[in-house]
Structures are given as structure tokens and as C-alpha cells.
Design a protein. Sequence first.
Length: 562
Amino acid sequence: MTQPTTLPQNDFIRDIIDEGLRTLTGKKGAHVATRFPPEPNGYIHIGHAKSVCLNFGIAAQYSGTCNLRLDDTDPLGESMEYVESIIRDVRWLGFDWQDRLFYASDYFEQIYSFAVELIKAGNAYVCSLNADEVRDHRGTFTEPGKDSPYRNHTVEENLDLFSRMRAGEFADGAHTLRAKIDMASANIVLRDPVIYRIKREPHYRTETKWVIYPMYDFAHCLSDALEGITHSICTLEFENNRPLYDWIVERLIKGNRPQQIEFARLNLSYTVLSKRRLIELVKNGFVQGWDDPRMPTVTGMRRRGYTPEAIRKFCAQIGVAKNDNLIDVSLLEHCVREDLNERAPRVMSVLRPLRVVIDNYPENQAEEFECANHPQNPAMGTRKIPFSRSLYIERDDFSENPPSKYNRLGPGREVRLRNAYIIKFESMVKDEKTGEVVELHCTYDPATRNGPPADGRKVQGVIHWVSAQHCIPAEVRLYDRLFSIEDPGSEAEDFTKYLNSGSLEILTSCYAELSLKNVEPGSKYQFERLGYFCVDEDSVADKPIFNRIVPLRDSWTKTVKN
């Protein structure tokens, strides 16, 4: 796979890399090695996509390498399903790690040896305090912690206990291995952190081989070092952990060591990007799965119809910052809209149909209009659209009592049917019980097939349509933002109470032009005047399902149903 072509970027991370390369030329040379290291305990989302673009983009810009590594140090919740989804999603975004796919679990034996090395150097000890006792000994931000009573065990005692931990002699929680650093450190992370714990949980790759597992902070930096990573780029929540990262590699790694650099994570309006909260949405049935098109997961965005090009453009536009901020989701939608405007062919579909009968059109006649698939791109060709006496138009394109500036069909009004004739309203049929308009009767002007009226009169507007005799039924799913407030992720309380009840509307009585029969899942179109739509994977030939990707413009309002 060829990496996406991207323009060189400038940001504080690249400034750090540039300075390092200048000062270390001859020692490290010009080599830059990055990695994208997700934990396989869920599907990756748009925030991860930013990290993917950053790490692979830096590697490409400096002619370096970027690894894909699964940091699978906690068997609880990890699975091959998540691994496969991550590999699939990173590849779909357009990036290639060649033969550099790694797993932290590949290094379990080496990481265990590193832990033994720490014990032998007097830098780690086996602690028998339980989790609550460890917490009580840790202290506070204003008070130092207290030494564990097991802190001064001999090296021999610690080596014996640690080997017995590995052998499975002890119950979960009976012992941990802790780094011996400083219980009075101002940085609580350095107050003898746990680096190994007992966990009798089968691992999706190593199965039951191990009953002790390294903590993420211990395994992550050593995995970076073992892979020769030069720049370990992570988000700001790891800033306080950087001294621990450095403490570990300084004591265990000889030669060149990776450098950790933090950047602000992506926060997106009307969205949550906490993996814990996304798992809650899936497990509790608030959404229909990780690939629900309302989810900010890469797989959900792909199913909705977002393109990798649009996501990469969005990540490039928001750039890399040092401080957290909230990005307006409309910028992401704008990037999607701009990309689809170039590539999506135009078609006509009616979502809320109202029947129109053209009284002066021959009853058994049909004709075809040749329509451009993309008015700005002749290379996309044309298609033929059938026209007949009975049509469907959008219900919103008729008003019995038109408001001001209403440029569509109504009593005494004329409109042009897109690519076809001008029609004039004559009468309507209403449901006797409800009073709802169920059918319009109009007349057409045959002279307007190829141009404007000969007498120069102006019509109210242009509307889309489909022939009732030459269309296919369709289901359309209108997706909107999943949450009703701008920053649901900032609320400590139950975030699910801010779910937008109008985030999905399913329309089952839609009609699409005949050219959309047998369309392939994943195909994208602009429904004229309505927005951009993607064929859903659940579609069948005779009745396709379309997901709305984005409207033609930002139509979101602050007033939504709660």
C-alpha cells in the first residue's frame, strides 16, 4: 500500500524532532521512528485517527518508519475482534506499516527479564499490600506517601517471590511488583508504582501461559525501546507519567532511548471520545454496535459514508496543539462535504413522497431525460431518467399556504422539475379523515423541455422528482449528532441523559431513481437538494438502504429533542 501523499506540516512536535536531529546528528543520524500503539480493548475512533495521521505523517515527512503495535497488556476486555478492527481501520485510513506489526505480548518474556533486572539492582520489590492499602500509603498531593513494610525486603526475597508469582502460587491481588522510586515525590506517579500484578485471566494470544502481566506504564516504554522507537508521541494525560517513562528506560535501556512527547487529545463537540463511555453505549444498547453510523469510531464513520480522505484532511486542518480545546464537529462535517462534493455523482430521490399527476401529459407515454452525473465534472458521464404522467415530489416542496420567500410549488404557482419541464399547480386531493394533502394535479408546458418559457415568465424554483412508474422503493436513515449538548464529555454525571433522541430517523417509504437499483454497499451519492448519502451494508438489490452522511450544508440547530 502506498502511503497517502501529505504536505509537510509544522508544529511544536516537529520543532522538537528537528532540534533533536540537529543536535544528535552522527549519534542517531536522521532516522525517525514512530508508532501507533492502541490497546485492543475497543474500536478506534476519530481521536485515534488524529494520532494515526500524526505518527504516520511524521514518519513519512522524515523518511522514517511507523510501526503498528497492539499494547495488549491487560487480558480483561481485549480480544482478536478488536485487533482485527484496528488493523482494518488503520489500513482503511490509508496507512501501511509494511512488516512492522507488533504486539506488547510479543515481549512478555523480555519485559519479565527487565523486571528481574530491576529487582537485582534494588530498584523493584514485591509488595503484599492489597489495593486499598497501597492507596492509603500513597499519600495526597499535599502529603507524602508512606513506605510499604515490604519495601526493604532483600533482593533474594524479592526474586523468590516474583518467580513464585509467575509460577502461579499466589491468588490474584496477593502480591504486586512495585518500582522502588520515591514515596515522597511531588509526582504521585513516582510513589513506587505497581509494575506487575497477578491476574488469572486468559490472554487472547498467550492464552494461559501467563498469570502475571506487566502494567501498561512498564510495558509501553520498554516496547518502544525494543522496537527502536525514537519519538513516543502520546496525548497530554500521559504528561505526568513521562518521568516514570524516563526512569524505566534510563535504568534498563542502553544506548539510544525513545523520547516521549505529549500533545492535546482531540475533543469533538456533541461527541464523547472516552473509550469507557463508548463501551457503555455499545454494551447498554444505546447504539446498535461499534459500527453504528452515529458513533465516532472509524468503523462507524466508514459505514456512515465518511471517506478516509476527508478524515485525513480534518486531522491536518485541526493540527497539533499543546493545550486541550474543543473542536466543532461541523469542521469535520465540512471536510466530509467538501470531499464528497468532488467525488459523489448526483441522483434524485424523494424521502417524503407526495404524488403528482400531470393531467395534460399522455397517460401511456414515457420519455427520458439525459442528466449529468456531476455538473462540474463532465468526465463522470450522464444517465437517462424516465419521465411519466405520475411523479413523486418531496412533501415539503408543496405548501397550500406558502410563507414568504417560499420558492416551491403552491396554489397559482409554477416550478421547474429538475432537468425536465415546468409544471403548474391546478388542484389537490385531501384525505377525507385527516385533511392531509395526498395528491396534486398539475399541468406541464411541453415547450419548456429544452429551456425557459418562450414568454420569459419566471417560475418559483426548481424541485427534484422521480417517475412513479420508473423508480425503486428505498429506506433512508437520517443520522444526526448523537448528543444534544456541545460537551457531553465534560459532565461527571450520567452522560447518557444528553443523548439526542432525534439522532436517528428511519424513513421506509422513500423512492429513488431507477439508476440506483443494484447499487453496491459503500457507494456514495449526492441526493439533489437533500445531502450526501451512502449505500448501507444491509441493503438488498430491490430496496437499497441509504445512510445520510451529511446534509448539503450545516443544518444543525441548538434546539433538539431531549
